[in-house]
Design a protein around this ligand. Structure first.
Ligand code: ZN
Length: 121
């Protein structure tokens, strides 16, 4: 399953980051996920819980910030959310082109416990 392999990769990244920070425990993982990235939040947490057992990430909560896709107008440069069946700029009626906005998938930060202190890195 796709979410399963994505979650494994995510867990590796989180554990690497936690190790470099000397974390004893990972409390929360703040993820930024574009709507076009296609990964579903709930299954991500489900697989994360499963794979993180026995690691410092066990019990960590995943907080997802979704990013709505945006198009950029080729005439005026405005960024806008595409309306259904339309690529037109709402400001000037110009043609919109796809951007990377909405395809994000990265760790914004993690909340960890290190030597009794809660750190947000
Ligand atoms: Zn425009």
């Amino acid at each position: 399953m796709h979410e399963a392999s994505v979650t494994e990769a995510l867990l590796r990244l989180v554990l690497d980051k936690a190790a470099s920070l000397g974390a004893q425990k990972i409390i929360k993982v703040f993820l930024v996920v574009g709507d076009l990235a296609g990964y579903v939040g709930e299954s991500l947490q489900f697989y994360f819980d499963r794979y993180s057992k026995g690691t410092v990430a066990e019990g960590a909560q995943i907080a997802i910030t979704r990013v709505e896709p945006r198009m950029r107008c080729t005439s005026c440069g405005e960024l806008f959310a595409r309306a259904r069946f339309s690529f037109s700029c709402p400001s000037c009626g110009g043609e919109g082109e796809a951007t990377k906005i909405g395809t994000e998938f990265y760790i914004a930060s993690i909340e960890i416990e290190s030597e009794g202190e809660i750190l947000h890195e």
